[in-house]
Design a protein around this ligand. Structure first.
Ligand SMILES: N#Cc1ccc(CCNc2nc3cc4nc(N)[nH]c(=O)c4cc3[nH]2)cc1
Ligand SMILES: [Zn+2]
Length: 372
C-alpha cells in the first residue's frame, strides 16, 4: 500500500510544483480538481475527465450522504467503483454545503442538524459522522469537519467560529484513525484576520495533518481581499505539506493563488458555467449563446486541443446550445475542464523552468488583447 506523501520538485518565488502520492495514484501539483458532487462530473464520462488531464476529483459528503447514502455506496464497493473513477478522490466534509444548501440548520458544539434540501428528511453531521461517511465512501483525501462563517461577519463571530472548527479538527483527527495511503487535511479558518489565521494554523499544526486547506474564502470577499489574505495565510501553513484553497476559482484567481504558494484548488465554475454557455479561452471568456457566434467557423480557442475545439465550430456550438441539445453541455464542459488543466500544466512547466513571472504576464496580456 503506497503511503501518502508530498514531494516538492521546484520553486519559483512562492509558487511551487510537486507530486502527491496516494494509494490510488499520483497528483501533479499545482492541481485543479474537477467537482463530481453527486458521484459524477456533470455531462462528462470519467474517461473524458481523465483525458482533460485531471489526476483527482472532488466529491461531496453532504450530497452523497443524502442520496444515495454512504451506506449504499459502501455496500456497492465504495465511491471509486460506484462512479468508475479509480484515481484519487478528495471529499469535502459537509460543513460548508450544509450551511449553503440545507434547511432548518441547528449548529451546536456537537455538530449540525438539518433538513435535507432534497426531501426534507432530518440529518445530523458531526466530526465523527463526517469521518465515518468519508471512510465509507473510500475517500483518498478526507477533509476535517469545519464551519465556514458567511462573510461579512464580526471579528468576534469569526474568532468563535474558528475556535469551534479547531475543536472539530481535533475530533476529526481522533475519529479518522490511521488509514495507510489515505490522508486527512485540516482546514484553516479565521476570515480575513491575520492573527486569527495564525492562531488557526498553529492549532492545526499542533494536531498534525497530512495537508492543510485554506477555508473560509471564496465566500464573496472578492479577489483583492482573497489575495490579500493569502499573502499571509498560505505562508502560515507548513511548507512541506500540500496547501489546498477551497472553492477557487476563475482562471485569474487560480494563477494568482498558485503565485501565492497554493498547490491544490477545486471549483464548480468550469463545469457549471460551461452548461450555461460560458467558455474560458486564452483571450478571456465568451458566451456561446451570443448571436455573434452563429456564423463563426472558428473553434472556441484555436490553441486548445480538446474535442470541441478540434472537431467543432463556434457556429455549431451556438446552434446546439440554442437548441438545448445535450451535446452542448458535453462539449462546453469538456472544453472548460481541458482549458483549466492546460492552465495548470502551463503553470507547472513555467515554475519548473523558473519562468512563472513571464507565464503570469503572458496570461494577463493575452486576455487584454480582446477579440475573443
Ligand atoms: N459557478 C460557480 C461557483 C459557485 C461557488 C463558488 C464559491 C465556492 N467557495 C467555497 N467553497 C468552499 C468549500 C469549503 N469547504 C469547507 N469544508 N470549508 C470551507 O471553509 C470551504 C470554503 C469554500 N468556499 C465559486 C464558483
Ligand atoms: Zn477546447
Amino acid at each position: 500500500m503506497t503511503k501518502f506523501s508530498f514531494t516538492r520538485t521546484a520553486q519559483d518565488g512562492r509558487a511551487r510544483t510537486g507530486v502527491i502520492e496516494t494509494a490510488r495514484g499520483a497528483i501533479r501539483t499545482p492541481a485543479f480538481m474537477p467537482v463530481g458532487t453527486a458521484a459524477t462530473v456533470k455531462a462528462m464520462l470519467p474517461g473524458s475527465v481523465r483525458e482533460t488531464g485531471a489526476d483527482i476529483l472532488l466529491g461531496n459528503t453532504y450530497h452523497l450522504m443524502l442520496r444515495p447514502t454512504a451506506e449504499r455506496i459502501e455496500r456497492l464497493g465504495g465511491l471509486h467503483k460506484f462512479m468508475n473513477w479509480e484515481r484519487p478522490v478528495l471529499t469535502d466534509s459537509g460543513g460548508f454545503q450544509v450551511m449553503s444548501l440545507a434547511a432548518l440548520r441547528k449548529l451546536t458544539e456537537k455538530g449540525v442538524t438539518f433538513k435535507s434540501h432534497i426531501d426534507g428528511s432530518k440529518h445530523e453531521i458531526t466530526p465523527e459522522r463526517s469521518m465515518e461517511i468519508q471512510r465509507m465512501l473510500g475517500s483518498d483525501i478526507v477533509m476535517c469537519f469545519d464551519e465556514c462563517p458567511a462573510l461579512p461577519a464580526s471579528r468576534a463571530r469569526i474568532s468563535e467560529s474558528m475556535q469551534l472548527s479547531m475543536r472539530w479538527a481535533a475530533r476529526s483527527k481522533e475519529a479518522f484513525g490511521d488509514r495507510p495511503g489515505h490522508a486527512l487535511f485540516g482546514i484553516q479558518q479565521g476570515g480575513l484576520e491575520e492573527d486569527l489565521r495564525a492562531e488557526s494554523a498553529a492549532a492545526l499544526r499542533e494536531i498534525g495533518f497530512d495537508g492543510y486547506a485554506v477555508g473560509g474564502l471564496a465566500v464573496g470577499e472578492g479577489q483583492e481581499a482573497m489575495f490579500g489574505c493569502l499573502d499571509f495565510a498560505a505562508g502560515q501553513l507548513p511548507e512541506d505539506r500540500p496547501r489546498y484553497l477551497m472553492g477557487v476559482g476563475k482562471p485569474d484567481d487560480i494563477v494568482g493563488t498558485v503565485a501565492r504558494g497554493i498547490d491544490m484548488m477545486d471549483c464548480v465554475l468550469p463545469s457549471r458555467s460551461g452548461r450555461t454557455g460560458q467558455a474560458f479561452t486564452r483571450r478571456g471568456v465568451l458566451n456561446i449563446k451570443n448571436a455573434r457566434h452563429a456564423d463563426d467557423p472558428r473553434p472556441l480557442d484555436e490553441r486548445c486541443g480538446c474535442p470541441a475545439c478540434r472537431q467543432y465550430s463556434r457556429a455549431y456550438l451556438h446552434h446546439v446550445f440554442r437548441s438545448q441539445e445535450i451535446i452542448a453541455s458535453m462539449l462546453m464542459t469538456w472544453h472548460n475542464l481541458h482549458y483549466y488543466q492546460d492552465l495548470m500544466a502551463g503553470m507547472r512547466d513555467a515554475i519548473s523552468a523558473n519562468r512563472f513571472a513571464a507565464f503570469e504576464a503572458d496570461f494577463h496580456a493575452a486576455r487584454a488583447e480582446g477579440d475573443i
